[in-house]
Write a protein that binds this ligand. Structure first.
Ligand code: NAD
Length: 661
């Protein structure tokens, strides 16, 4: 039975592989002591190339303990290389093997140890994890044969984070995904157990959080520490439980076609996971949760893409003519795997891995584990724009098509779903008229308006922050005198607005045109109130010689966006609320200056916090910026402009800074 080990209560067996581990930064300094600890005194130092960087210090640390070096280790442990190294070993009467390098060097140490029974000390420089397994794969006459025995297990592992700092990012990404593969397959192994389970999930989470940060600073010690710890944990899993389809496929691809080890793991893993997903849904959910994704296979694929790793076997130089041969070998002998391994299924898996399509989040059992390759179609459509005279238009259309094709492919969008989307957009258009703009509302509620606003307007830090225009702006509102009241007598808390417009140096901008508009006490704009006569709570003013602008209005309230159209359906279907935080709109225009469209939000009002948006309590159009949340304090003293007020009133004082073009 394939185990899904969450909350396992039954008995289990866990075999720990007895190795001594020294982990940390600078731990290579301990290697001589570790040799002596094993009772040895004549070291053969192994590597796959001349040692450089921090690794170059190891011979110095070994001092007189070092009797010979061999730097010819090669991928997949060819026996002829082992025989060459064996001659060096005998010639110098070595009594201990110290290996500095990736899985290839560890493989050579193991191959020598199994032939001579000498103790091994491994200093890993990749994340292959071989150093903590009793497994050895050797290649002879083009065939890779794997065996497992206690004497293959290295006695001591010295993990020194420094030795991984120079591992190139491309190799690091693939090597880390190689480790991820050990952890993933350990989670659904037939002999999975709670101990391995914990190690594996910890490894998955560490890789998930570290990999995306690697490229920014490949020498980040914290990131490298996470990856090396994950490699150790994942390697321990590999050494403790049996692996499934993924490892079998990589073994065949590497052994038969000579494909590079870690890169092959990187390409195949998301597809092997998609293949197995329907058989171990709970395990996949836990992996997805550890990676902060919805579908485990897609989350791994996305992690690889984000980290710049390879996604197709084609990229690794494999020909699709080789697929049948690999299928034959991979299905020749039965082996444990959560989902039955069929030739047809493996062929589909390999074709998806060969072309590099993103595994769909929803894998249906018995159906293709991955969507068909659409690259040819996308290429044709993009090519159809190649003669577009306007280069910006050509680029925007081509990229739109690429993203849209990727979207339908990645989500396996059905014809029914696409028809629904078309109907939805049609109804969105039909809901628009000269007073209502449902498309703007859709753009706002999807956060696209705010995204475009930030991209367009947030590059000049000295300027007042902008905010979205919203669907209720009407160009050319009536011009009003300074000091007038724009509330049209509507009920509400009277508000005196006294604002200034200056350039970024603080000099007043006179005669600037300022459009203002807002909702009433009940949260409606005049456009939404058919019984109202004329524009109310909207007006145009000109700043005076000091750049000042004063007028009476009422305190704005929170309001729901209109929910009687398609956008309302979306809000309802997703369980979101339709509320906007209370605000006043401003559009400030002056020749020679960049136009500023913004909103001032009432401090202390509801739906303000952007952190709350994630919890469904923030502004429904994602329009609040903290620097635009301002006090509208209760005012004292005589109201301006001879206004007589029975109850209290509030005021708004603010200075807008606009940028010269
Ligand atoms: P690798 O050891 O061949 O190293 C990959 C490349 O990275 C090489 O070119 C190497 O020179 C370079 N490199 C390594 N460390 C470096 C560093 N710090 N700085 C710069 N370059 C560095 O590849 P690998 O993926 O680590 O190991 C693959 C081999 O290990 C395969 O033969 C595989 O079968 C075996 N393996 C065995 C087990 C097991 O348990 N038996 C587990 C995993 C891998």
């Amino acid at each position: 039975m394939m185990a899904d080990t969450r909350g396992v209560t039954e008995n289990f067996t866990y075999t720990a592989n007895p190795a001594r581990v020294v982990f940390g930064v600078g731990t290579r300094a301990a290697v001589a002591d570790e040799v002596r600890r094993l009772g040895a005194g004549r070291v053969l130092l192994l590597s796959s190339r001349p040692l450089t960087g921090d690794a170059a210090a190891v011979p110095g640390v070994l001092g007189s303990l070092l009797v010979a070096q061999f730097d010819g280790a090669a991928m997949h442990t060819p026996v002829e290389v082992t025989e060459q190294a064996l001659r060096v070993l005998h010639e110098h009467r070595a009594d201990c093997l110290v290996a500095v390098g990736g899985g290839s060097v560890t493989g050579l140490a193991k191959a020598l140890a199994v032939r001579t029974d000498l103790p091994q000390i491994i200093l890993p420089t990749t994340y292959a994890g071989s150093e903590v397994t009793p497994v050895l794969g050797e290649t002879a006459d083009g065939r890779k044969v794997t065996r497992s025995a206690p004497e293959i297990l290295p006695e001591t592992v010295v993990y020194d984070v420094d030795l991984t700092l120079d591992l190139p990012v491309e190799i690091s990404v693939c090597s880390a995904v190689n480790a991820l593969a050990h952890a993933v397959e350990a989670l659904y192994a037939p002999d999975a157990n709670p101990i391995v389970d914990q190690l594996a999930l910890d490894a998955v989470a560490r890789i998930g959080r570290a990999l995306p940060r690697l490229a920014a600073d490949p020498r980040d010690v914290a990131v490298r520490t996470d990856l090396l710890r994950a490699a150790w944990l994942a390697g321990t899993c590999l050494g403790a439980v049996g692996m499934g389809l993924h490892h079998k496929l990589c073994h065949v691809l590497g052994g038969t076609l000579g494909l590079p080890h870690a890169q092959t793991h990187t390409v195949v893993l998301p597809h092997a996971m998609a293949y197995n997903a329907s058989a171990v849904p709970e395990t996949m959910e836990r992996i997805a949760a550890a990676l902060d994704g919805d579908s485990a296979a897609a989350a791994v694929y996305d992690l690889i893409v984000r980290s710049g790793g390879p996604t197709s076997l084609r990229q690794l130089g494999m020909s699709d003519n080789d697929i049948p041969r690999v299928v034959e070998q991979a299905t020749a002998m039965p082996y444990p795997n959560p989902r039955a391994v069929t030739a047809e299924g493996i062929e589909q898996l390999l074709r998806a891995a060969w072309s590099g399509t993103r595994p769909s989040g929803t894998v249906r059992d018995g159906a293709s584990p991955a969507a068909p390759d659409l690259t040819w179609l996308t290429d044709q459509v993009v090519a159809s724009f190649s003669e577009t005279p306007n280069p910006r238009l050509r680029h925007l259309l081509s990229d739109l098509v690429r993203h849209a094709h990727h979207y339908v492919s990645a989500n396996d969008v059905t014809q029914q779903e696409w028809q629904y989307a078309i109907d939805f957009l049609t109804r969105t258009g039909q809901k628009c008229d000269d007073k209502r703009q449902e498309f703007v509302l859709l753009s706002d509620t999807l956060g696209i308006s705010s995204a475009v606003d930030v991209l367009t307007n947030s590059r000049t830090p000295d300027t007042t922050a902008s905010a979205v225009l919203g669907p209720f702006y009407v160009p050319g509102p009536p011009e009003r005198e300074q000091g007038s009241d724009i509330s049209g007598g509507l009920p509400g808390t009277p508000l005196w607005v006294d604002v200034r417009v200056t350039d970024v140096g603080g000099d007043p901008v006179a005669d600037a045109m300022v459009d203002v508009w807002q909702a009433n006490q009940d949260g409606f704009y005049d456009l939404q109130l058919p019984d109202l006569d004329g524009p109310v709570l909207r007006a145009r003013f000109r700043t005076d010689g000091q750049g000042r602008l004063r007028f009476w209005t009422i305190l704005p309230s929170a309001y729901p966006i209109p929910v009687d159209g398609p956008v309302g359906e979306m809000i309802e279907a997703t369980g979101r609320h339709p509320w906007r935080a209370p605000h006043l709109h401003f559009l400030i225009a002056e020749p020679g200056f960049r136009q500023l469209i913004t909103q001032l939000f009432v401090a202390g009002g509801p739906y303000l916090s952007s952190e709350d948006t994630a919890a469904g309590r923030g502004d429904t159009v994602f329009g609040v910026k903290s620097e635009l949340v301002v006090e509208f304090p209760v005012a004292e003293g005589v109201p301006p402009e001879g206004k007589t007020l029975e109850n209290g009133w509030r005021r708004l004082d603010f200075t807008f800074h606009i940028t010269e073009l």
